[in-house]
Design a protein around this ligand. Structure first.
Ligand code: ASP
Length: 440
């Protein structure tokens, strides 16, 4: 049996954390493939190595560069010294310094945190180091190129049994050897790609929390944790802001049936959350989780007799496509169509889109509003349960929260409600208490 163990930045922030990681690896010999992030924060005000690298790369003066670059070297050297390793990264630092001065690229700069941490961890564990640039290929938009990656990566994983592969980066698929990074937090995606190609039984994702919580603890006091969640549920929750795992982590393994176990490096005996394709485990509650985000805008289009105008929706959406705006939901009435979009993406293009829609479909009016928060109530248990929507609406009514939008797909996996930004927290709390506390 083989497992991938991916460790996040806080799990590898200093020598003490490295020791915890080594104990976890040694305790289970099936943990054969290790994917490290760059050293994260050691304390609240600390700066992650990835951010130090970013700032060093963009430093305006030599003095600023040297200060930041020394801080980076110091992070690694203190880990090496405290672990009493004999490895030296001096040559690597020299190469990186030169590459930074040659302005080789921001992705290269970002990725060096994982690269160096991988070298140190491989040395400490006595595992083979495989540079991600040789086995993972990423397109210009940051998506993994599976056709190019899979044969090369799976071959490397057959050749070497105990390996460390740094997370977060690979090579650009059109220019191997040019470093390309995933989006921030992308080591989770590397873990998933490696799990797929190593044909492992389990992808363990070690972090600093004991799994997913039913709701965001910033808004709900001491929420329950989730024992088992499906890929689909997780995708819905991650998309709406639940942030333990990178939202693209599911894609590489979604057709492989490999479970992901979120585990806590600081409390390794906690069960954590198991993420699976499908399960007979009955959820503890009708809903598995609640997540939400503020910052959405609505484009409300009105036109008499819209219902009989075939192609109306397509023409409107084509305008959004022209301006590269992705839509979230489209609740509609007989003579109205409302499109919900991300305000940040939309705002700089709003007037162009507005006139584009006028030209495309000649509506009577278009009204824009930008005060919407979306909340997703997600749960595989909803399918068989009656009254879930009623409970959501009762909870919101009790809190005096006005609902601006409702959306439930026929998959019955989630209900999305839109409320004004100012009601966001009250709404989350009310829904949590209705389903979890009162259900318990
Ligand atoms: N170190 C990178 C970041 O801070 C990638 C990762 O940790 O997954 O985003």
């Amino acid at each position: 049996m083989k497992k991938v163990a991916k460790f996040g930045g806080s799990s590898l922030a200093d020598a003490n954390q490295f020791k915890k990681v080594a104990a976890i690896i040694k305790e289970d010999s099936s943990r054969k493939i290790v994917v490290p992030s760059a050293p994260g924060k050691r304390f609240k005000e600390d700066i992650k190595v990835t951010d130090l690298l970013h700032n060093a790369y963009l430093a305006k003066t030599e003095k600023e560069f040297q200060e930041l670059f020394s801080a980076i070297q110091e992070r690694y050297n203190s880990i090496i010294d405290e672990l009493e390793l004999t490895i030296s990264l001096q040559e690597e630092f020299d190469t990186i310094e030169k590459a930074f001065k040659d302005k080789i690229g921001l992705d290269y700069a970002f990725s060096r945190g994982e690269y160096l941490n991988g070298l140190v961890l491989a040395d400490y564990l006595g595992f083979t180091f495989i540079d991600a640039k040789d086995v993972i290929f990423i397109d210009k938009d940051g998506n993994y190129d599976e056709k190019m990656t899979d044969p090369i990566l799976s071959k490397a994983l057959i050749q070497h049994e105990y390996v460390v592969i740094p997370g977060f980066y690979g090579s650009l698929n059109t220019q191997p050897n040019t470093i390309k990074a995933f989006s921030r937090g992308g080591s989770d995606v590397t873990g998933s790609i490696v799990a797929k190609n190593g044909h492992v039984a389990l992808y363990e994702n070690w972090t600093d929390v004991s799994g997913f919580l039913v709701a965001d603890p910033r808004y709900v006091h001491n929420p329950e944790s989730i024992g088992t969640i499906t890929y689909k549920e997780l995708r819905e929750l991650s998309y709406m802001g639940a942030s333990v795992l990178h939202e693209n982590s599911i894609f590489p393994i979604r057709n492989e049936g490999i479970p992901i176990n979120i585990k806590n490096t600081n409390k390794p005996t906690d069960a954590g959350t198991l993420i699976v394709e499908s399960t007979c485990h009955k959820p503890d509650h009708v809903i598995t989780g609640i997540a939400g985000k503020k910052g959405f805008a609505t484009i409300m289009i009105e036109k008499d007799m819209m219902n009989s105008e075939i192609g109306f929706g397509r023409k409107v959406l084509q305008v959004l496509e022209e301006y590269q705006i992705s839509f979230e939901h489209i609740p509609s009435g007989i003579d109205t169509m409302t499109i919900i979009v991300n305000t940040e993406d939309f705002i700089s293009k709003e007037q162009a889109i507005l006139s584009g829609i006028h030209r495309a479909v000649q509506p009577d009016t278009i009204t824009l509003e930008s005060d919407l928060a979306l909340i997703a109530i997600v749960g595989r248990g909803m399918k068989a349960a009656r009254g879930t929507a009623a409970k959501v609406f009762t909870a919101l009514a009790r809190e005096n929260v006005n609902i601006k939008m409702i959306d439930q797909g026929s998959s019955e996996l989630n209900i999305i409600v839109g409320v004004r930004n100012c009601y966001f927290e009250d709404a989350l709390k009310a829904i949590y208490h209705e389903f979890i506390d009162l259900d318990a």
